[in-house]
Design a binder for this molecule. Structure first.
Ligand SMILES: Cc1cc2nc3c(=O)[nH]c(=O)nc-3n(C[C@H](O)[C@H](O)[C@H](O)COP(=O)(O)OP(=O)(O)OC[C@H]3O[C@@H](n4cnc5c(N)ncnc54)[C@H](O)[C@@H]3O)c2cc1C
Ligand code: FES
Length: 345
């Protein structure tokens, strides 16, 4: 049995199978809805249910509270339509533009860039290059069928005729995939991958000045976006804030400094939350999103791209909107949710 989902205000409609999550049907049919984790943990897909009935699968309370559910909100990634439905959601032009496909990938290089960060380059099939937008992510499909997401750190144009993607992978102790990456994974290993996914990429129809906000390996998709801006000659003013614990965690600070030197409209502000004495740090300290608020108490004319730890993304979204007048549609984010976040409520 299939139902029709209509998205307002765009009026775009698509079909959904009875027990299929609405977002999955949208991705399958190339309809660009906003989303991040696809798993009920981040809240990026939150939309208002205007008409019809859905059944909600398991999700995190922080992604959709009981009050929000009562007020008619739904998470499209875990809501299955039981009737034709009408939802209110921003459509994201370009989110469904490139086909999602499964492919084998081969480990080209693994470089330890910081004590707990590996830069992994994966070779992709040459005959059918992966097309994606700078900022999007791929998923590794593990042997047991579970999946782990990683954002491309290189912009698509860097691929050349031997397609490859660069991923920045942070070790989470006890983590199923990253324990493997930091112990057993070696060059030439083959991993199954699917992508591209995600709605975290530059909204090129806007000319607002931007805050690019990263914590930890959240720097990866921001790096791809900066490479894309440089390649396309996009000169919107942008300030990159990169927050890490200590200096060693700013694993590509030299790259960011170089980009800022080459791009007059880009500024780079590294922020450390726990600098060590040996860091000799004279730069900014504290929480990275608070550094943004100190510099930009009024964000009403800005667009923010935030990526990394869920706590940073949630705090930035709440505080920028509530305290700095950022329009809510100008907050674009990918929260790096993990199994810990999915079982945390
Ligand atoms: C859209 C998106 C993009 C992402 N991009 C990146 C990226 O570019 N770089 C990056 O480093 N990460 C990224 N992530 C995070 C990444 O997908 C993984 O979640 C992360 O690497 C951890 O994977 P893992 O298998 O090692 O750990 P997991 O097995 O997911 O475990 C994570 C942590 O939770 C604990 N844990 C496991 N199961 C449970 C449970 N049931 N209850 C409580 N705790 C539990 C583990 O001990 C571990 O500490 C992204 C996530 C999303 C959603
Ligand atoms: S995409 Fe639905 S909660 Fe993350």
């Amino acid at each position: 049995m299939t139902f029709t989902v209509t998205v307002q205000p765009s009026g775009r409609s698509f079909s959904v199978e009875r027990d299929e999550p609405i977002l999955q049907a949208a991705i399958r049919q190339g309809v660009g809805l906003p989303y991040g984790c696809k798993d009920g943990a981040c809240g990026s897909c939150k939309s208002r249910l205007l008409e019809g009935r859905v059944i909600h699968g398991a999700h995190q309370h922080k992604a959709l509270s009981v009050e929000e559910e009562d007020a008619g909100f739904t998470l499209t990634c875990c809501a299955a339509a039981q009737t034709d439905v009408v939802i209110e959601a921003r459509t994201v032009p370009g989110a469904g533009e490139f086909p999602v496909r499964k492919m084998p990938s081969r480990v080209m290089t693994i470089t330890r860039a910081a004590p707990d960060v590996a830069i992994v380059k994966m070779q992709l099939p040459a005959n059918d290059p992966l097309r994606y937008r700078a900022g999007q992510y791929v998923e590794f499909i593990l042997r047991d069928g579970s999946r782990r997401s990683y954002s491309m750190a290189n912009a698509p144009h860097t691929q050349g005729d031997k397609p490859w993607v660069e991923l920045h992978i942070r070790h989470m102790a006890g983590g199923k995939f990253t324990d493997h990456v930091f112990t057993a994974m070696k060059e030439k290993d083959i991993l199954r991958m699917e992508g591209p996914f995600g709605s975290f990429f530059l909204r090129e129809d806007s000319d607002k000045p931007m805050i690019l906000l990263a914590s930890g390996t959240g720097f990866a998709p921001i790096k791809a976006i900066i490479e894309h801006m440089q390649f396309k000659g996009i000169t919107r003013p942008a300030v990159l804030y990169w927050g890490c614990r200590s200096k060693a965690d700013l694993y590509l600070s030299g790259w960011a400094e170089q980009a800022a030197a080459e791009m007059p409209h880009l500024r780079y502000v590294p922020v450390l939350s726990e600098p060590r004495p040996e860091d000799d740090w004279v730069g900014r300290t504290g929480l990275v999103h608070q550094a943004v608020m100190a510099d930009f108490p009024d964000l009403s004319g800005h667009q923010v791209y935030a990526c990394g730890a869920p706590i940073m993304v949630e705090s930035a979204q709440r505080d920028f909107i509530e305290q700095c007048c950022l329009p809510k549609d100008d907050f674009v984010a990918d929260a790096f949710t993990s199994e810990a976040d999915k079982h945390g409520d």
